[in-house]
Design a protein around this ligand. Structure first.
Ligand SMILES: Nc1nc2c(c(=O)[nH]1)N[C@H]1C(S)=C(S)[C@@H](COP(=O)(O)OP(=O)(O)OC[C@H]3O[C@@H](n4cnc5c(=O)[nH]c(N)nc54)[C@H](O)[C@@H]3O)O[C@H]1N2
Ligand SMILES: Nc1nc2c(c(=O)[nH]1)N[C@H]1C(S)=C(S)[C@@H](COP(=O)(O)OP(=O)(O)OC[C@H]3O[C@@H](n4cnc5c(=O)[nH]c(N)nc54)[C@H](O)[C@@H]3O)O[C@H]1N2
Ligand SMILES: [Mo]
Length: 667
């Protein structure tokens, strides 16, 4: 379309739950968003962006978007004004806090928007005296805790440092789907001669970026890494200087690695001994070797052992501290800000409920019981494990408030729906969990309908409370206060508005010199031997519910759902279970039954069933009905990928689009 005086391009940044956190240009014509493109000035995504981003224009203007506050009236909703909505909410907060104490309120802030200003949501509740909060993580946690044991703190290599690598190993990570900017970097690294490997039980889209695939049994990374360590030990591929001068515990690690042969480890990991030896060879002969840990492998109960064994393999082969080497995972998305803004020092420590078991934790909470839940940028009824119990918990409170965009599974159980602006309709700044840039969030268009930024909603709500004097301040004043640690490095807020800025203190390659952040300043080798896999519960398949290229977590609309979720399995597995390619089937375990459409894929392991995460219960998907609610051993992560299932044939036509077991949320 021809650019006119009324066509503008606004520099902004994606705030969605994705490590790429791309710099964007929002194209606005006659006051309406018409396109979203990558910002060519962003050094990582360099003018490109993912397909989901281009489609986001549709999401902003979707007819399914909720565009006015709504109050539940029995089985229906009534549109109400903001004044009435906030008065009602404030009254209920005051009543519950007075009657049962502030801990009778659960504040459940999700991962959908993690900007600077969203920190103030927590501060609002801090002013009430501190409410019930969350502990652990649905997303990561395990790798963070494991890497803290080895390095003292998790610090990743700058993504552009991977251009120095000769080998790059994508370990439980699927950037072709989950991180647009990494695909650009990997393509460039490959052009410069790097060899890229995938270590993943699933055959994913990222294979197109790679020259080699090691396909271990889910949860068995520790055996693969220990097998490679053993092969390295047998060949003398050990960086003696690092091991003796910068590390502690190598002897104990060596003994653990020597407990089983390469062949035994390969069998435990479900791979060939040749794969194990090749991995060791690459780590030594094709240095620097960068390991890029994803979020996938740590959704297992003992994932910390896998992560620590990978750290140890990298360290013993002399890759830690090397430009182009190291083990990288996430970045601190709240790192650039003044974290005292959360207001945790305004109140005594308060109860926290474990996210991995959130349904049961809410139902079992007493003294006081949870009477109100406030969810924002989250869809736990769909995304937390054991949906049946989560739905029961969220649907049975006295008052549930939801700040969001669409009538998803969690919103459907709310009493009050507060429609929020998208990041294209508000001003803010955002840091990434996949790189070192802070990016501007500049309003491109006015919010649709009566939607409002969360910042404005909480500012107005706080005006109804005695602490308004601290809380109610102009947006830029808050942004300057929140970003002070970053601005003190030599930036102005105006500069931040103009484009992405890299944290000048973030290392390109961490641990190149100096002490580690551990108590003795030395890298710590894995000191815990893994147990042998326990007998499985009789169900033949691991259910891996991974990121879909089509959508981000549960950011779908009802109309966008396929009638049934697709379940990808090896043809021999399908035949043995009496299934045909393209046939409907029931995914079954002791917890639930979910109807799916079977697709045969000979590239998958025989013991894996691959599905996309995020489909709603309301659309009959809701695969988290099958996931057990338990926490990982270390780091309070959520081991979704320990879910075991089988598949049972269904007569054709019997399950088209029909939720099989909708549980208490089926309204
Ligand atoms: N398009 C799209 N992009 C996304 C998301 C999305 O849903 N859609 N989600 C966003 C979010 S919330 C996150 S946290 C990131 C996640 O980003 P990634 O970690 O890259 O992606 P995941 O799909 O979560 O999992 C990565 C891989 O881990 C593998 N895996 C599972 N178990 C194991 C194991 O035991 N060992 C090994 N080695 N691998 C294993 C899975 O098969 C999967 O391919 O992506 C973000 N980006
Ligand atoms: N089976 C299975 N389940 C999983 C996973 C898995 O691998 N398998 N992965 C887990 C992972 S990695 C994660 S991170 C969690 C995610 O769990 P959640 O964070 O609970 O779920 P999301 O689907 O990301 O929901 C984010 C919501 O935020 C909304 N949102 C986006 N921007 C804004 C905004 O600006 N303001 C407001 N108010 N709302 C906004 C979106 O529309 C969306 O509804 O799910 C976990 N669940
Ligand atoms: Mo995540």
């Amino acid at each position: 379309m021809r650019a006119t005086e009324n066509t503008r391009s606004i520099v902004t940044t994606c705030t969605r739950d994705c490590p790429s956190c791309c710099g964007l240009l929002a194209v606005v014509e006659e006051g309406r968003l018409t396109a979203i493109k990558g910002n060519p000035a962003h050094p990582l995504n360099k003018g490109g962006c993912c397909g989901k981003m281009k489609a986001y224009v549709r999401r902003v203007y979707s007819p399914e978007r909720v565009t006015s506050p709504m109050l539940r009236m029995g089985d229906t909703w009534r549109a109400i004004g903001w004044g009435e909505a906030l008065d009602l909410w404030a009254d209920r907060i005051k009543a519950f806090a007075a009657e049962s104490g502030p801990e009778s309120i659960l504040h459940y802030q999700g991962y959908g928007e993690r900007t600077a200003l969203t920190m103030l949501n927590e501060r609002f509740f801090a002013h009430l005296g501190g409410v019930t909060g969350l502990a652990g993580s649905l997303c990561s946690g395990t790798a963070y805790a494991a890497m803290a044991q080895d390095f003292g703190v998790r610090v990743s290599h700058d993504p552009l440092d991977h251009l120095n690598s000769r080998t790059i190993i994508l370990w439980g990570r699927n950037p072709a789907v989950t991180q647009f900017n990494m695909t650009r970097i990997l393509a460039e690294a490959r052009k410069r001669g790097a060899d890229i490997w995938l270590v993943d039980p699933a055959a994913t889209e990222s294979l197109t970026l790679c020259s080699r695939h090691i396909q271990p049994r889910p949860g068995a990374d520790v055996h693969l890494a220990l097998g490679a360590a053993r092969a390295a030990l047998e060949n003398g591929w050990v960086d003696q200087a690092f091991v003796s001068e910068r590390a502690t515990g190598f002897e104990a690690f060596r003994r653990i690695a020597m407990e089983a042969t390469v062949e035994e480890r390969a069998a435990l990991a479900g791979v060939s001994p040749a794969d194990v030896r090749a991995l060791a060879g690459a780590m030594w002969h094709a240095k620097p070797a960068a390991i890029l840990l994803g979020w996938g492998m740590h959704r297992h109960v003992d994932a910390h052992l896998g992560v620590r064994a990978v750290d140890a393999l990298s360290a013993m082969t002399g890759n830690v501290g090397l430009p182009g080497g190291g083990v990288s995972q996430g970045f601190e998305e709240y790192g650039p800000y003044d974290q005292s803004a959360w207001g945790f020092d305004l109140h005594p420590p308060r109860r926290r409920l474990l996210m991995a078991r959130i349904g049961r934790e809410i139902l079992d909470a007493t003294d006081p019981p949870i009477r109100m839940i406030v969810t924002s940028a989250a869809n736990p009824v769909c995304m937390a494990p054991d949906s049946g119990v989560v739905a029961e918990a969220f649907g049975s409170r006295e008052f549930a408030v939801h700040l969001g965009h669409f009538l998803d599974d969690t919103a459907r159980l709310a009493d009050l729906f507060l429609p929020c602006a998208t990041y294209l309709e508000e001003d803010d700044v955002v840091a990434a969990y996949g790189h070192n840039y802070l990016g501007p969030v500049n309003k491109a268009v006015e919010p649709v309908g009566e939607c409002r930024p969360q910042f404005d909603i909480y500012q107005d709500l706080a005006g109804r409370f005695p602490f308004a004097g601290d809380y109610v301040r102009p947006r830029d004043e808050w942004l300057r206060a929140l970003c002070k640690p970053f601005l003190d490095k030599g930036f102005t807020l105006e500069e931040l508005r103009r484009g992405p800025q890299r944290d000048p203190d973030a290392p390109m390659a961490p641990w190149a010199e100096g002490p580690f952040a551990t108590p003795d300043g030395r890298f710590r080798f894995l000191d815990e031997a893994p147990s042998r896999p326990v007998a499985d519960p009789g169900l033949p398949l691991w259910l891996l519910t991974i990121g879909s290229a089509e959508h981000l977590c549960s950011e779908l609309t009802l109309a966008e759902h396929a009638p049934l979720p697709t379940a990808r399995i090896h043809p021999e597995t399908g035949t043995a279970l009496g299934l045909a390619d393209g046939s409907p089937a029931l995914l079954h375990n002791a917890q639930a039954d979910v109807a799916v459409l079977v697709t045969f894929d000979a590239a998958q392991r025989r013991d894996v069933c691959l599905c996309a995460r995020g489909g709603w219960l309301a659309a009959g998907h809701g695969l988290n009905r099958l996931a057990p609610a338990r926490a990982s051993t270390l780091g309070s992560g959520t081991p979704y990928y320990e879910t075991r299932v089988t598949l049972r044939p269904l007569p054709p036509g019997s399950a088209q689009g029909q939720p099989v077991d909708r549980g208490p949320s089926g309204n």
